[in-house]
Write a protein that binds this ligand. Structure first.
Ligand code: SAM
Length: 229
């Protein structure tokens, strides 16, 4: 059974967007995964289909209403009862390769994309949403964050990447950043491909790559070494 993604959003026209192209788009067409949107506005209140209101306690901006979001979520869950429900949120646990792999191994995801100042805290608790952040910066909406999460998952699905060996040596897969890559021409603007990569000695190449990965990780991301990764 294919991996299934559902996005709850005020901007369904943003999807599939970039996910409809290239690797993820081909996988979508091949039926290796599916993408559905739920238009939160359809669950809005009154003639204007209101989905938000001013923050309790005052302050700038608007907050998405718990009752409206719960109605949208409950509707989506009638079709997809067993999906992990995730609120894309700058307060969430950081998206990592490990989390993408965990979600890719499951049946799919149901993602809530926030807008405005975010969502009423009570719906996060009442619908037991997991909160996931794509990084320490604030986007204007959760749609791009949802796309990032889905892209990271989809390329891990069986059959999506041609050579699945190329997944296992990527950045983060072994707790290290990737080694330097080269392709033809052999010499370009006075810079040569390291001889060892052209030696045909697979053991030496593997050892060199490992050393380079360790060096680059130590230089750029010492936080990845000796721990969580
Ligand atoms: N007031 C919120 C705060 O300070 O945490 C920010 C709200 S942001 C303008 C609107 C929506 O964008 C959020 O509800 C969330 O869905 C999404 N968003 C923004 N930054 C994000 C990030 N780094 N990761 C995931 N989602 C993000």
């Amino acid at each position: 059974p294919a991996w299934r993604a559902t996005v709850l959003t005020l901007f369904p026209e943003m999807f599939p967007g970039p996910l409809g192209l290239s690797l993820s788009g081909q996988a979508l067409e091949a039926g290796l995964w599916s993408l559905n949107t739920v238009f939160i506005r359809e669950f809005g209140l009154g003639r204007h289909r209101a989905v938000d209101d001013s923050p309790a306690g005052g302050g700038a901006g608007m907050v998405m209403r718990a009752d409206v979001l719960a109605a949208a979520i409950d509707h989506a869950r009638t079709a997809e009862p067993d999906m992990p429900l995730i609120y894309m949120s700058p307060r969430g646990e950081p998206l990592s390769q490990a989390l993408a792999a965990e979600l890719a191994a499951g049946p799919g995801v149901m993602l809530l994309a926030g807008r405005f100042e975010g969502v009423d805290e009570r719906v996060i608790a009442a619908r037991q949403m997991r909160e996931v952040s794509i990084g320490d910066y604030v986007l204007s909406g959760g749609e791009l964050a949802a796309m990032v999460l889905m892209d990271a998952c989809v390329r891990l699905l069986p059959g999506v990447m041609g050579a699945s060996a190329s997944l296992s040596e990527e950045s983060f897969e072994n707790g290290l950043l990737e080694y330097p890559q080269y392709t033809k021409p052999r010499e370009w603007e006075g810079r040569a491909i390291p001889d060892i990569l052209l030696s045909g000695d697979h053991a030496k190449v593997a050892k060199w790559r490992r050393q380079q990965a360790e060096r680059i990780t130590a230089e750029r991301r010492p936080d990845l070494i000796g721990g969580k990764g």
